[in-house]
Design a protein around this ligand. Structure first.
Ligand code: HEC
Ligand code: HEC
Length: 349
């Protein structure tokens, strides 16, 4: 009886104590509880802050490049020189129009005597940041790439012998080369001047680069959302680095074959890097193209088969990542890609 009475008294005290402790804990944690519920509800409207820095998967383009200005100027002149072609009618700029994002907006380009190029023309802007040149990585450097343009019968259809002869007949070029290179006009000098000019075609100060460098207001919430999708779905695993591409070879069609439904037969160009190496594993492998200024350079892909950026993105999601994007997701990625439009010599491209 005595024992019971004690037990009763004990459980009463115990109950009281527990109640006090619980009440105390609730009071203590209330502000925290309130804060987390507040965060949870805002998270649905405002995307959580993405922390991106210059050391992330995409790096900004440098704002200045140390290049000899007189070589840039000479290279610019040569880039616009039709005498570099077999019929004196086609210059580099015919296909790589600098006021059209460095391309000609054609599916395939028209070269010597109306012949059509094998590939869609890639932009020359930022090509200096690519690890290799051309869709197949045929050229290791910009200097080597020039040869592939000059001697290609579908492009400029000429030869170094003819090009050098024509340039040597022009006193203006003779003087310029003598001043700048203290040498006669040669293949190496011409390549050096054009490649130096091409390296000057970089487009710094895109809004995304400003964002990477810490200006969080440089891109909108929707554009951030587009970047998040680009990142989370894995586009960034191939399109990355300074050029948001241009530093890897990858197969076009990781999941399924995007070329299977082509209305026209498969071309040699569709074989990709296989043309160069003859290795089975390089069949349909291409250099991952840069996505900088991509909104300005339709149509898309090595064959120019995608007329619009939306179409190209949907094909990428389906055949590279096995995903079907909603219309909204595609639009958000386009919005993000628009933030990669940069400036050339201080003006928007
Ligand atoms: C008739 C059109 C045409 C002309 C003229 C032309 N190109 Fe091209 N250019 C192309 C095409 C098409 C490709 C892609 C070729 C390939 O992938 O094999 C290309 C590729 C390039 C690339 C590689 C870019 C990259 O991202 O891989 C550079 C750089 C380039 N050209 C510079 C030049 C220069 C310099 C000249 C003048 C000497 C020139 N091009 C003349 C059509 C042209
Ligand atoms: C596995 C690597 C890989 C992934 C992942 C990938 N891409 Fe690509 N992307 C490529 C390759 C390779 C090409 C060139 C294909 C061709 O033209 O034959 C390309 C081409 C493109 C082009 C056309 C570029 C041009 O100059 O014509 C766009 C736009 C593009 N990708 C956007 C995206 C987006 C957006 C995603 C994510 C949804 C994505 N890519 C995912 C490898 C990849």
């Amino acid at each position: 009886m005595k024992y019971l009475a004690f037990g009763k008294r004990f459980s009463k005290t115990y109950f009281l104590l527990v109640t006090i402790v619980v009440a105390f804990l609730i009071v203590l944690s209330w502000p925290r509880f309130q804060k987390t519920t507040l965060n949870d509800s805002t998270e649905k409207e405002i995307p959580q802050e993405i922390v991106l820095t210059v050391n992330g998967p995409i790096q900004p383009i440098p704002e200045v490049m140390p290049l000899a200005s007189e070589k840039v100027a000479l290279g610019n002149k040569l880039f616009h020189e039709p005498k570099l072609s077999g019929n004196n009618q086609i210059s580099c700029a015919t296909c790589h129009n600098l006021s059209k994002g460095g391309v000609d907006w054609r599916k395939l380009s028209v070269g010597m005597n109306g012949t059509v190029t094998q590939f869609n023309t890639p932009t020359v802007f930022n090509s200096g940041f690519n690890f290799k040149q051309n869709w197949t990585g045929k050229a290791n450097t910009l200097e080597q790439q020039i040869e592939t343009s000059i001697s290609n019968p579908r492009s400029m259809g000429s030869s170094w012998k003819d090009v050098l002869q024509k340039l040597k007949n022009e006193p203006e070029y003779v003087n310029l080369f003598r001043q700048i290179y203290s040498q006669e006009i040669s293949k190496e000098n011409v390549e050096d001047a054009i490649a130096t000019f091409e390296r000057s075609l970089f487009t710094a100060n895109s809004r995304f680069d400003k964002f990477l460098k810490g200006d969080s207001a440089a891109i909108t919430e929707k554009e951030k959302e587009g970047y998040r999708i680009f990142n989370e779905y894995g586009c960034v695993s191939c399109h990355q680095g300074v050029n948001v591409g241009g530093n890897l070879f990858q197969k076009f069609g990781i999941i399924g074959d995007p070329l299977a439904n082509k209305p026209t037969p498969i071309t040699e160009a569709d074989l990709g890097r296989f043309i160069i190496t003859g290795k089975e594993e390089d069949r349909h492998v291409f250099k991952v193209p840069s996505l900088r200024n991509i909104t300005l350079t339709p149509p898309y892909f090595h064959d120019g088969s995608a007329k619009t950026l939306d179409k190209a993105i949907d094909i990428m999601a389906e055949y590279q990542l096995g995903r079907k994007l909603s219309k909204n997701e595609t639009e958000l990625i386009v919005k993000f890609l628009r933030t990669l439009e940069g400036e050339y010599q201080g003006n928007p491209l």
